[in-house]
Design a protein around this ligand. Structure first.
Ligand SMILES: *Cc1c(COP(=O)(O)O)cnc(C)c1O
Length: 367
């Protein structure tokens, strides 16, 4: 039987580098996260669903039990509405000049990180007051929080806005201090007369490992697409990147390869050329360590990662048209996104959100 969701099969007819997104993996990951969450699950689909396609990831996640959607900018939220997604959406990173009127018209909740944002909320806005609990990044500073809550309560009492939520974000795995501050801030909000329906703090890592940080709603993005920042193995990678072999050549031991002759063949060997490089999102610093799966075995990248291409040391039987799996879920021996991130000294998040526009995109699953 041919397994249609086997990325090697899906890639066979491809003539160029190709990204296959598996929405069944997104659904699986959503179910895992829903089962862990004490409250509801928000599917965070910012940055085009972590590079996997925001609308597809959102649909798969909602279909598998997520009940909220989350994005940074209003434009991303409008895209979800235009695609027919009707779930509650929160947009939490907008400049004062953003199109808040469209957001309110499209029933999009807005994070309010301070008094200036509160002042420009249109009538009818549903807001989530955002507090900084220890990142000094986004959200109201601790000394501003009580004042923001009082002003928001006044606006609410005047019928101008509704405070639907209180939110913050964790800096890392050490959650104790942030958790205490978040509880205090939620108490301050209630003390000001606010009755937020949802308090939310946790992202993927805390969803998986810190149930005490779950409150009413957890916000998972990375986990939906199979990135587990805690290093567990219950989530499935949802993306496969493949490339067809363009040329094959035999070279003698000692032959230098690529820019700067950064690599030399240590033996008589076979080199295969793949049309995928850093313009497609392969991190150039990964070059000295990187591998692909080709002909059923791991093949080292030989020399520099170029803008559009890489050379790999292949088996003697390699032929033009063979398909290399650059990364995938890892179930067939191929490298994973986490492997590439490790080779490049970065996060899997940066790999999947940094892919170029050139690879053909193909979506499987999600029915
Ligand atoms: C990106 C983001 C998330 C999702 O984080 P993951 O670790 O990817 O699950 C949650 N909340 C906020 C505020 C974010 O910016």
């Amino acid at each position: 039987m041919i397994l249609l969701n086997d990325p090697r099969v899906a890639a066979r007819r491809s003539a160029a580098a190709r990204i296959v997104v598996d929405l069944d993996a997104v659904a699986h990951n959503t179910r895992v996260l829903v089962a862990r969450a004490r409250g509801e699950l928000m599917a965070v689909v910012k940055a085009d669903g972590f590079g996997h396609g925001a609308v597809g990831v959102a649909r798969a996640a909602i279909g598998a039990g997520a009940s909220w959607l989350g994005v940074t900018g209003i434009g991303e939220a409008l895209e979800l509405r235009a695609a027919g997604l009707g779930a509650p959406v929160v947009s939490w990173l907008n400049p004062l000049a953003a199109d808040f009127a469209s957001a309110v018209r499209e029933d999009i909740d807005l994070a309010v990180p301070g008094l200036s944002h509160l002042a420009v909320m249109p009538a009818g806005a549903r807001v989530h007051l955002q507090v900084d609990t220890g990142m000094a990044r986004d959200g109201a500073a601790p000394q501003e929080w009580a004042g923001l809550c009082r002003a928001a309560r006044e606006a609410e009492a005047a019928g101008r806005i509704v405070v639907a939520g209180v939110m913050s974000h964790l800096a890392g795995p050490d959650t104790a201090g942030a958790l205490r501050r978040f509880r205090e801030c939620a108490d301050v909000a209630r003390g000001a007369g606010l009755r937020p329906a949802v308090c939310h703090l946790a992202a993927t890592a805390a969803t998986l490992t810190a149930p005490e940080a779950h409150f009413d709603l957890v916000r998972a993005g990375a986990g939906l697409v199979g990135i587990d920042p805690t290093g567990g193995n219950v989530l499935r990678g949802a993306m496969t990147l493949t490339a067809p072999v363009v040329e094959v050549r035999r070279v003698a031991a000692g032959t230098p390869v690529g820019y700067d002759h950064a690599w030399r063949a240590t033996r008589d060997t076979t080199l295969a050329l793949l049309p995928v490089g850093y313009a497609d999102g392969l991190p150039r610093p990964a070059g000295p360590h990187a591998e692909v799966l080709l002909g059923g075995r791991r093949c080292r990248v030989a020399g520099r990662i170029s803008m559009d291409q890489i050379v790999v040391e292949a088996g003697a039987g390699c032929r033009p048209g063979d398909i290399a799996v650059v990364f995938g879920p890892g179930r067939h021996g191929e490298p994973t996104v986490a492997d590439w991130a490790g080779w490049a000294g970065t996060l899997p998040h940066e790999i999947v959100t940094g892919l170029g526009a050139r690879p053909h995109r193909h979506v499987i699953g999600g029915n």
